[in-house]
Ligand binder design. Structure first.
Ligand SMILES: Nc1nc2c(ncn2[C@@H]2O[C@H](COP(=O)(O)OP(=O)(O)O)[C@@H](O)[C@H]2O)c(=O)[nH]1
Ligand SMILES: [Mg+2]
Length: 264
């Protein structure tokens, strides 16, 4: 895999094809530790051409107790301080599909519609109600989610039924709203020794092929909408093969989101 300059350019030059929309909102959801924050950091590193580490990832994947706020992550395009500019695609990530904790499926569905205000602290035991100050009664086209991305780790054990049920509810709501959906499979390195050795083996690996099939069956996303990625985790330098997979997934998010806002 040589770095695909076309994808890089496409992403760098992208502007939403609907003048009423300043940015595409991409919502990542999935279990704690699946690699949501790492993916956002990786996108930042790929586009900046150097390792960036906004203090975003969880140091330990077993910590399920921390509270989450609804936060928007922007990627810096150019400049510093007051003169910073950002890419016209932004990310939200919500964790908590764990049983007995995390964000309620109802809250994720409210987020899809743009009803969750920036900074709202999710309450695992009760969903956001419309009289809460964190509720946005009149969401703009910008507040709504334009692409829903399921994040799963290729290196994790089977997904519990309770989690699958939550994911199915969220997907169904997104389908009703017409929001396009896709998935990324992270940790292709730690899940497969051959791929770890050389990321170019990703599409040859029988193990990963089977994982994609399993994911597809479990979460109902078609196989060709599941993108394998390796997030930047402990490397110190940018790597073309890592970049290519991240850009491939990101390009698809932008394509799907742009189709959707075009129709809005
Ligand atoms: N080797 C490897 N580690 C990863 C990958 N993605 C995430 N990690 C690591 O897994 C841990 C949890 O990732 P994080 O992004 O915080 O997960 P989140 O809870 O979904 O936001 C971190 O220590 C990451 O460095 C990957 O693709 N490969
Ligand atoms: Mg995270």
């Amino acid at each position: 895999m040589t770095k695909n300059p076309t994808y890089h350019k496409y992403v760098k030059d992208y502007n939403p094809g609907n003048d009423d929309i300043r940015h595409l909102r991409i919502l990542l959801y999935g279990p704690v530790g699946a690699g949501k924050s790492s993916f956002i950091n990786s996108v930042s590193s790929v586009l900046r051409g150097r390792m960036t580490t906004p203090a975003l990832t969880s140091a330990t994947t077993s910590d399920k107790s921390f509270t989450t706020r609804y936060e928007t992550h922007r990627i810096i395009k150019e400049g510093r301080g007051q003169s910073k500019t950002y890419y016209p695609f932004i990310f939200n990530d919500v964790m908590g599909l764990e049983k007995g904790g995390g964000v309620c499926a109802e809250d994720i569905i409210l987020a899809l519609k743009g009803h969750v205000k920036e900074g709202y602290k999710f309450n695992p035991s009760s969903p956001l109600s419309d009289d809460d100050p964190g509720y946005n009664p009149r969401p703009s086209a910008d507040d709504q989610v334009h692409v829903l991305v399921c994040v799963l780790s290729a290196n994790s054990a089977e997904i519990p039924d309770s989690v699958l049920k939550k994911m199915a509810d969220i997907r169904e709501a997104a389908s009703e709203l017409g929001i396009p959906q896709m998935a990324i499979g992270t940790n292709i390195d730690s899940a497969c020794p051959e791929t770890k050795k050389d990321l170019k083996n990703v599409y040859k690996s029988q193990h990963l092929k089977q994982k994609v099939k399993d994911f597809s069956a479990a979460v109902g996303v078609p196989e060709n909408y599941i993108f394998p990625v390796k997030n930047y985790s402990d490397e110190t330098d940018i790597n073309d093969d890592v970049d290519t997979l991240i850009l491939n997934a990101l390009r698809q998010m932008i394509n799907l989101g742009d189709d959707f806002i075009y129709k809005m």
